[in-house]
Write a protein that binds this ligand. Structure first.
Ligand code: CO
Length: 212
């Protein structure tokens, strides 16, 4: 059997299984969604958002891209962010990176990878912001792990620097923004950064109603 057909068969079995537990499962789910969380994660196949957090359909609003980036000109990410914050009213936004991330790894090399250079450039910028700390770590693997963490922290800051998050903080004191890193070797997540409406933002990034 061709491998993609196995997915369709598995889907039939899954749907039947859900119905056997709760006959109205899909009818209920189809009516509306009210997820509490927006998940911004890496596209890596080994970091499945729902599975590693024990969540079910309806619980996570998900955006994934290479190296879990929050780039302030990315209309795809911004549309997901705006909809989930302003319409769905999520209470938490989680940026989840992972050790061993291929995007972060490649940003540390001098390889010319064509189009994706432009995406990875943003991680090279993170390296430059933290050059002194990173260059002081002699071993590559530890430097790589640290860049994964710093990249998550920078993406958390990038979220706080959007008018979408700042306006929501002003109006409803939510969402809180979390930076997590997933360790594929243990299956465990750890929180490395967290911001909320009381967090201090560098002055230059603050939007104010009177524009001053
Ligand atoms: Co990755």
């Amino acid at each position: 059997m061709e491998s993609h057909k196995k997915l369709l068969l598995a889907n039939k079995a899954w749907a039947a299984d859900r119905l056997s537990v709760e006959p109205e499962y899909f009818e209920h789910l189809a009516q509306s969604q009210q997820p509490e969380f927006l998940w911004i994660g890496c596209s890596d196949s080994r970091v499945p958002a729902e599975e590693i957090t024990g969540t079910h359909p309806g619980e996570l609003f998900v955006h994934r891209n290479v190296a879990n980036m929050v780039i302030h000109t990315d209309f795809n990410m911004l549309s997901v962010l705006q909809y989930s914050v302003e319409v769905l009213g999520v209470k938490h936004v989680i940026v989840c990176g992972h050790y061993g991330c291929g995007g972060v790894y490649n940003s540390m090399t001098h390889k010319n990878l064509g189009l994706i250079n432009k995406w990875l450039r943003h991680i090279k910028d993170v390296y430059r912001f933290h050059e002194r700390e990173l260059d002081s770590i002699p071993e590559f693997q530890s430097r790589f792990d640290r860049l994964v963490e710093l990249n998550v922290m920078e993406q958390v800051m990038n979220l706080a620097e959007t008018s979408i998050i700042q306006t929501s903080w002003k109006n409803r004191l939510l969402p809180s923004v979390h930076g997590w890193v997933y360790d594929m070797k243990t299956g465990l997540l750890k929180e490395i950064a967290s911001l909320n409406h009381e967090s201090h933002l560098e002055d230059i990034y603050q939007y104010r109603d009177d524009g001053t």
